[in-house]
Ligand binder design. Sequence first.
Ligand code: PLP
Length: 376
Amino acid sequence: MNDNGVSEKEIFAFLDETKARDTTYERVLSAMCTHPHKIAVKAHMQFIESNLGDFGLFPGTHDLELEVMRMMGDLMNGPSVHGYVTTGGTESNIQALRAMRNICNIRNPNVIIPESAHFSFDKIADMLEIEIRKAALDSEFKVNMDSMKSLVDEHTIGLVGIAGSTEFGQIDPIKEMSELAVEKGIFLHVDAAFGGFVIPFLKNPPAFDFALEGVTSIGIDPHKMGLSTIPSGGLLFRDLKHLHHLQTHTPYLTVDTQYSLTGTRSGATVAGTYAVMKHLGNDGYRRIVDQCMELTDMVVAGAREIGIEPLIEPVMNVVALDVPDADLVRKRLREEFGWQVSITRTPRALRLVLMPHLTTENIELFLHDLKFVCNL
Ligand code: PLP
């Protein structure tokens, strides 16, 4: 660190230059985050010093968190859920499986996840001493229930279903998974980090949430399609005992226990999430999801016009396009036109996420460049 302080003017001149090197979102078709809503940013700044790690000092923010939980529970058909605002999908997944493990307290526990699950489950396998078993997918990239059933044994403590998979935007057969979980008396965590703020606003949404008896926990991220500030996730449990099994004693704080993974924890993202959820309401989110789905339809129709098919009919605003040599197409789109797209693992297809920062003009330009790059 420098010995003498640097003036605010100099610092901001440097920060402006530095930020100018970051990617702006208008050509980003690979991200699941977007510009936060301006009301979320305003509320976030108002609560910038609030620390929910010691929520006895911040009873106002703590009440906001309870209200955020209530609103998210409502969205997920859970009238009385228990949970907290996490740092995102990774923490929600870690904590959901940690709660399962602590409640079951058996030797060599395993959890069955779909092959399409987010890489946060690989971190969990490493950290929590839970064996993570991966079930095969069907031709639509949903988990194959026969494969999932075949992996269940007497050490299985839970299942994970994905409602909005990272690569394909696909929804697993959560209803069948719920039945299996009830039959076996095991837990079912639904990772709706992306889909939680999308699926309820689709035209004919499948059941995927607490309306299904076997669903014991859900992760849903406000910092993705919820348009809140980063880092904000939501972990919801049907049953309070899950939260109890995450508790740690905190002897020198104003509260006796804490159930979050992190110690110090932002109250600002809670305020941001509260503000944007209240401000948009179901109607506002429905409008945003409608717009994203219109862009999704536009990409698919435009791709088909130039002879490129999606791997599956998109379920939500994530599309995997079956282009020849997807890695090369991705490279050329980035290097020649500045588009950021990503690639699915198996098979290798061009993955696009149609987030609220995109416009029809962007998509027209993108389709034009895609046609050029694919020599069609
Ligand atoms: N789960 C799913 C389905 C995701 O798509 C993601 C991220 O894209 C995560 C979990 C991890 O979320 P985060 O990066 O907020 O920790």
